[in-house]
Design a binder for this molecule. Structure first.
Ligand SMILES: C[S@@+](CC[C@H](N)C(=O)[O-])C[C@H]1O[C@@H](n2cnc3c(N)ncnc32)[C@H](O)[C@@H]1O
Length: 376
């Protein structure tokens, strides 16, 4: 599906679908509902000028915004660099609708599509993706392919990980303990497993392992036991109360004690970390030389993974002891563009407190085969 005036979206859950179902206004303006949706979508993009600067040197081609959200970063990139095209992905229908409306002004330079980002390397290069004759045709048809991006060199990828303010602040999405709502937390509401399924269906051991993995330390067991004892736990408020009863006030860290529990559940519901490492590695490998990958992460588990993957690309998987010359023959296929992780400025955090956890890392693809031959 393609429409120059509202960008192009593929997928029956897409904004285009919703917008075209609602019908155009007689004067050709966007449908009222579509406008209302995009204006109502609220998320302040983080470290925008740093992200835009990092993409300045990339050659003409395609940038994939793997987590397009409301389209804040995407809009800034398209406005700054007329030689770039952009494919925006998001697994959330509301984000797809909002980004589609926001990027409409860029016409065919911007395509927004509902998809999970683990399909990025295949989608962006025309390799992989769905099987079947239509997909094979799409992969073979080069720059003029039916999607409009096949064959265009992949010069950039942006991952702005985690959850949007829109998702957090919509009570009915069940992401936040600040509102009472069913425990949902699915970014893609066509998926079947909700947070309530995990809270009420996982074994105590499994729950404890999830909570331990995402920072609850020795409270993980106690919390898992309390959750199992309180079943059924169906709402955000109920869960927040169980957490409050289980963690003594003196042992609480910064912020509300439920923060990490909700984060751990969100990560599990949306399989956030399972696909991140392999996707990032394959994306860096799929970039053309000089292409850049920029990642914003918001908690330590994510940032650790990003650091590992980009670090491996920058050392070529070298196995020699640190500090000694490399004799193992490793050849880096990327160079790091950030020393450690970059943080938002104090001014940005004052303006947008949700930026405070952001960690930005970036790498540039070198002209060398990736360890796996560059084939994601
Ligand atoms: C922090 S927001 C991105 C905000 C965006 N950069 C902007 O400027 O508005 C993260 C977005 O990533 C999406 N997301 C998270 N994991 C995803 C995945 N595996 N595949 C696709 N989208 C994902 C979420 O639905 C959310 O809309």
């Amino acid at each position: 599906m393609r429409s120059p005036s509202i960008g192009a979206v593929e997928d029956s859950y897409s904004a285009h679908f919703h917008l075209s179902r609602l019908g155009r206004q007689p004067d050709g303006a966007l449908p009222i509902e579509g406008l209302r949706m995009s204006q109502a979508y609220h998320h302040q993009a983080v470290m925008v000028s740093e992200v835009v600067e990092l993409f300045r040197p990339v050659p003409p081609g395609l940038v994939v915004d793997a987590t397009v959200g409301g389209g804040g970063h995407a809009e800034a990139l398209l406005a700054a660099y007329p030689h770039l095209r952009l494919l925006g992905l998001d697994q959330d229908d509301e984000a797809v609708a909002a980004a589609t409306a926001r990027l409409a002004a860029f016409g065919p330079r911007a395509v927004v599509r509902k998809d999970r980002f683990d399909r990025l390397p295949g989608l962006a290069t025309g390799r992989g993706g769905p099987a079947g004759p239509a997909a094979r045709h799409a992969r073979q048809s080069g720059p003029a392919g039916p999607h409009g991006w096949e064959g265009i060199p992949l010069v950039g990828a942006l991952f702005d990980l985690g959850v949007s303010s829109q998702q957090l602040d919509r009570p009915e999405r069940g992401f936040s303990y600040r509102f009472d709502a069913p425990l949902d937390m699915r970014m893609d509401r066509s998926r079947s497993t909700t947070a309530a399924d995990i809270v009420n269906g996982w074994t105590e051991e499994h729950l404890a392992a999830l909570l331990a993995a995402h920072g609850e330390g020795w409270f993980a067991r106690r919390l898992a036991g309390a959750i199992v004892g309180a079943r059924p736990v169906l709402t955000t408020r109920q869960l927040a109360e169980v957490v409050e009863r289980s963690i003594p006030a003196r042992a609480r860290r910064r912020g509300h004690p439920a923060t990490r529990v909700f984060q751990a559940l969100r990560i599990a519901v949306n399989s956030e970390l399972e696909v991140l490492g392999p996707t990032l590695a394959a994306t860096v490998a799929a970039l053309v030389p000089g292409g850049r990958c920029v990642v914003l992460s918001y908690h330590s588990g994510e940032d650790r993974l990003v650091k590992e993957v980009l670090g491996r690309a920058a050392t070529g998987g070298c196995t020699c002891p640190p500090g000694l010359p490399c004799v193992c023959g490793a050849r880096p296929w990327a160079r790091l563009l950030t020393r450690g992780a970059r943080l938002p400025t104090a001014e940005e955090v004052a303006r947008n407190p949700r930026a405070s956890a952001a960690r930005l890392r970036a790498a540039e693809r070198l002209d060398a085969p990736a360890a796996n031959g560059g084939e994601p």
